[in-house]
Design a protein around this ligand. Structure first.
Ligand SMILES: NC(=O)c1ccc[n+]([C@@H]2O[C@H](COP(=O)([O-])OP(=O)(O)OC[C@H]3O[C@@H](n4cnc5c(N)ncnc54)[C@H](O)[C@@H]3O)[C@@H](O)[C@H]2O)c1
Ligand SMILES: [Zn+2]
Length: 305
């Protein structure tokens, strides 16, 4: 068997014997749906030339100061992202993952994501089983009323692409002050966290209920610049008292893992056909894009049932 198929077979066995799955996901999972990440300066500048002209970075754009000082430009950035996230569908890797969680794991799963696009909900994952640690672009927050509410159904932001402004930045339904997305930005002491805090209670309950019997963590497209998601995956791997597995899906091999010194990280390069037996507490690294990787895991899991 070729190393890639062998790796997926081993990953599938690990998934099939798990009692619960924690999905952790960063911006990389959405890239295969056609949604960009913004960490690379040039990527942001290509999508938003305004930022090139003003020499701004993602950290300057996703910033409450920008909201307070350049409302129309701020809402060009977030309005454009909102429209984009609405216009795209989650790729088929999401449904493959959902089927693994629902059909083969008896619905014992939780999703912990830094993404704000709402694509796990859109793909059919249960709202009660999702934690959006950086909030959601599909919710407005009003700093004056201190409330969060859902962006009206079918809302669309009218954008002027000539001068990079939003024609009508949204206003609070209750007090008419400008609203912002309920997304955690940089240097953001204004963010209203109560929606995410509620979700985190469900997440904590999931972890405490399943830690003893074991958790398999499937981490997808999590970066290293702000390693919130990676750190979360590795902390759960370390704290789970029962059997645990970490499956890291990321096409960029320059990944760093806190366990590189203490664990053998199984990859396509070092997988050994002669060592077929499953070890306890394995870490797998799949160097592939999210969509094909999730579909291949799904196929391999299906073969085992
Ligand atoms: N869709 C969204 O909601 C969205 C989009 C952009 C940024 N953000 C926000 O910006 C922050 C970005 O941090 P981050 O660590 O998630 O992203 P990041 O941009 O720092 O890292 C993305 C990671 O995805 C990997 N990747 C690239 N292509 C991939 C693919 N096809 N399949 C799987 N992985 C792939 C990259 O190697 C990288 O490690 C997050 O906090 C997030 O809230 C969200
Ligand atoms: Zn208000």
């Amino acid at each position: 068997m070729d190393p890639s198929s062998l790796l997926y077979k081993r990953v599938a066995r690990s998934v099939a014997r798990s009692k619960a799955i924690l999905v952790t996901a960063g911006a990389g999972i959405s890239i295969d749906s056609g949604l960009p990440d913004f960490r690379i300066k040039e990527g942001l500048w290509e999508a938003y030339p305004y930022f090139k002209n003003t020499n701004m970075t993602f950290m300057d754009a996703a910033n409450p100061r920008f909201f307070k000082t350049k409302l129309k430009e701020f809402w060009f950035f977030y309005g454009h992202r909102y429209n984009l996230y609405q216009d795209h569908l989650p790729h088929s890797g999401y449904s493959a993952l959902l089927e693994i969680c629902e059909k083969y794991l008896g619905n014992k799963y939780h999703v912990y994501t830094s993404n704000v696009d709402g694509h796990f909900q859109k793909a059919g994952f249960s709202q009660r089983k999702i934690t959006e640690c950086n909030g959601s672009i599909n919710h407005f927050q009003c700093d004056s009323c201190r409330i969060i509410y859902l962006v009206p159904h079918r809302a669309r932001f009218e954008l002027n692409i000539k001068n990079f402004t939003c024609k009508k930045p949204p206003k609070c339904t209750y007090c008419s002050e400008p609203v912002r997305p309920n997304v955690l930005m940089f240097n953001d002491s204004d963010w209203i966290a109560c929606r995410t805090t509620k979700q985190e209670e469900n997440y904590k309950k999931f972890i405490s209920e399943n830690s003893k019997d074991g958790i398999t963590i499937i981490e997808i497209g999590a970066g290293t610049v702000i390693p919130t998601i990676r750190a979360r995956s590795e902390a759960i791997f370390s704290d789970t008292s029962g059997p645990r597995t970490l499956i890291r899906i990321n096409p960029d091999p320059s990944t760093h893992c806190a366990y590189a010194q203490t664990h053998c990280i199984v990859t396509e390069e070092n997988i050994d056909e002669n060592l077929e037996e499953i070890y306890q507490n394995e870490i797998f690294e799949i160097k592939e894009s999210s969509k094909p990787a999730l579909k291949k895991i799904h196929e391999a899991v299906k073969d085992l049932f």
